[in-house]
Design a binder for this molecule. Structure first.
Ligand SMILES: O=C(O)CCC(=O)C(=O)O
Length: 325
């Protein structure tokens, strides 16, 4: 019997949804063996239906949450390399290549400040088909080289991608933006990564709805208060806002407080949306042996009046580069 005020249809939908969520938890589409191992503790980031009032509370408090069933990028869940090659258009794409799985972000504009800085990944501009060809070639040959495409979606994309983009659940996300008093949407970054790729821990100066489209990504987050444990590069360094600590081989003599770090983590899969609050550190890995991953993020300017809209450091990083991270 349905409770007063709740229709039988709503009860059926809710029961089906709970069943689907339980099935996902029992058989999530990935396994522990696909996760890299680190020597710090983490707790799980809550995973909630987007209409759960606790989800709104977490976003209001600027705490991370995985939102399910938002349909934010439902129209893009069909995206794969072949579909994108056919439809994404003839624009240029920034593709980083590295001889390791770690893609430490660097701001090219700050490279003049540190003449001896040698980035471990190199950016190349290429057309999408060239990227797919290189990626498939590397996959066939094996070896250490890896690629990571990171490109802001722009008006060079083809008609079908425009249609998919217009089909994003703007109604839901625009309401979120208004409800939480965020500023404008600044960009949507498209990320296409090889399995095992890692984006080392860093923080951004924007709010982020991180929408997973294909494959699984493990996201480890740390609150801004853990700044002291994560040792960002100096403000004028190209790696400003990135942690200097190599999580796989931490130098505890140089970075002793890293011993005290503790994170929050989750694995997101197709259709999940992770809220990454502004200034929260995040380390993101495409699962090992999990195939290509595709993500689109939604970066918003923070709320000008928020008490939390402050930089969590004593030395104030100037500006930062919001074009990418
Ligand atoms: O997915 C990734 O590898 C990095 C994405 C990221 O850092 C972001 O969306 O802010």
């Amino acid at each position: 019997m349905a409770e007063a005020g709740v229709s039988a249809a709503e009860v059926v939908t809710e029961t089906r949804r709970a069943g689907e969520e339980e099935a996902k938890l029992l058989s999530p589409g990935w396994s522990e063996s696909q996760l890299r191992s680190y020597h710090f503790q983490t707790r799980q980031i809550p995973r909630l239906h987007h209409s759960d009032p606790r989800a709104e509370e977490l976003i209001d408090n600027e705490e991370p949450v995985v939102l399910t069933d938002t349909n934010l990028v439902h129209s893009a869940l069909k995206w794969d390399l072949d579909y994108l090659k056919e439809n994404i258009g003839n624009g240029d794409f920034s593709v980083y290549s590295a001889n390791s799985h770690k893609f430490l972000y660097y701001d090219e504009k700050k490279m003049a400040n540190f003449k001896t800085f040698k980035p471990k990944s190199v950016r190349q501009e290429m057309k999408f088909p060239e990227f797919v060809e290189k990626l498939r070639d590397i996959e066939q040959r094996g070896g250490d080289e890896r690629l990571y495409l990171q490109q802001t979606l722009n008006d060079t994309v083809g008609r079908k991608i425009v249609v998919d983009f217009l089909g994003f659940n703007w109604n839901w996300i625009n309401k979120q933006q208004t409800k939480h008093g965020w500023g404008q949407l600044t960009s949507n970054l498209l990320l296409i990564g090889m399995e095992g790729n890692v984006t080392p821990a860093h923080y951004d100066e924007q709010q982020n709805f991180f929408a997973q489209i294909k494959g699984y990504k493990r996201c480890i987050l740390f609150p801004p208060e853990q700044f002291e444990c994560l040792y960002p590069y100096p403000v004028h360094h190209p790696c400003d806002r990135q942690s200097q600590v190599d999580f796989e081989n931490p130098d505890l003599e140089r970075f002793p407080n890293f011993r005290n770090v503790h994170g929050y983590e989750t694995v997101v899969g197709p259709g999940d949306v992770l809220y990454i609050p502004m200034y929260w550190w995040h380390h993101i890995e495409s699962l090992m042996d999990g195939g290509t991953t595709i993500t689109v993020n939604f970066w918003y300017k923070g709320c000008a009046h928020s008490k939390k809209n402050r930089i969590p450091t004593e030395s104030t990083p100037e500006g930062g580069n919001n074009e990418k991270h």
